[in-house]
Design a protein around this ligand. Structure first.
Ligand code: AMP
Length: 212
């Protein structure tokens, strides 16, 4: 199973990928998580990517494509993968197609999680994440434990992402509409796009995959 999850920031791509992963033996590849890990470890890639990420801009294609190339062709992806947050530009989508072709394979589906901008702003300004394990909380619907320790890993490292402020979220939405939304047409014209209501029930994507 080789899937791309498309949609604006905060559409629920990461949450959905985690639930698909429980049901199918696939790797969940989030370029955002990979970049944040590089920033945390202060690698050369992390140092280069940080300023773009803090401002809500896209990290240059070349850096992202090199990063993803090694991952997709590695053992962890042998049974399939969900790409969450990649591709985000036409050159990234073309590079992905070329890479899969080299490997003698291709994408099965691109799933678009449709969510309107105001829902994104409201979801992301109330999002909190554990900077150790990536667990996601929401101050209204799923607040972090009172002792501040992550339910998943036990570390007191629950934070608001630097790019989850309203100003940066609006910038990220602009970037999404200009640079990523054209991929909807790209995958529609290849006949592999499925559109889901990203405000709908969490199990919708599992139901869709089970139908196939
Ligand atoms: P995300 O966690 O997917 O919202 O990504 C957080 C930030 O990482 C984005 O705002 C970008 O700065 C950067 N990023 C993640 N994935 C990509 C990508 N495929 N291309 C360029 N930048 C990316």
């Amino acid at each position: 199973m080789k899937l791309v999850f498309l949609g604006p920031p905060g559409a629920g791509k990461g949450t959905q990928a985690a639930s698909v992963k429980e049901a199918y033996p696939v790797a969940h590849i989030s370029t955002g998580d990979m970049l944040r890990e590089n920033v945390k470890r202060e690698t050369p890639l992390g140092k280069e990517a940080k300023a773009f990420m803090d401002e809500g801009k896209l990290v240059p294609d070349e850096l992202i494509i090199n990063m993803i190339r090694k991952t997709i062709s590695g053992d962890a992806c042998a049974k399939g993968f969900i790409l969450d947050g990649f591709p985000r530009t036409a050159p990234q989508a073309e590079a992905l197609d070329a890479l899969l072709k080299e490997m003698g394979t291709s994408l099965d589906r691109a799933i678009l999680f449709d969510v309107d901008d105001e829902t994104v702003v409201s979801r992301l300004t109330s999002r909190r994440v554990c900077s150790t394990c990536g667990a996601i909380y929401n101050v209204h619907f799923d607040p972090p434990p009172e002792d501040g320790k992550c339910r998943n890993c036990g570390n007191p490292t629950i934070v608001q992402r630097k790019d989850d402020t309203e100003e940066v979220i609006r910038k990220r939405l602009q970037v999404y509409h200009h640079q990523t939304a054209p991929l909807i047409e790209y995958y529609t014209s290849r006949g592999i796009l499925s559109r889901l209501d990203g405000t709908g029930p969490k199990d919708a994507v599992l139901a869709l995959l089970a139908e196939r």
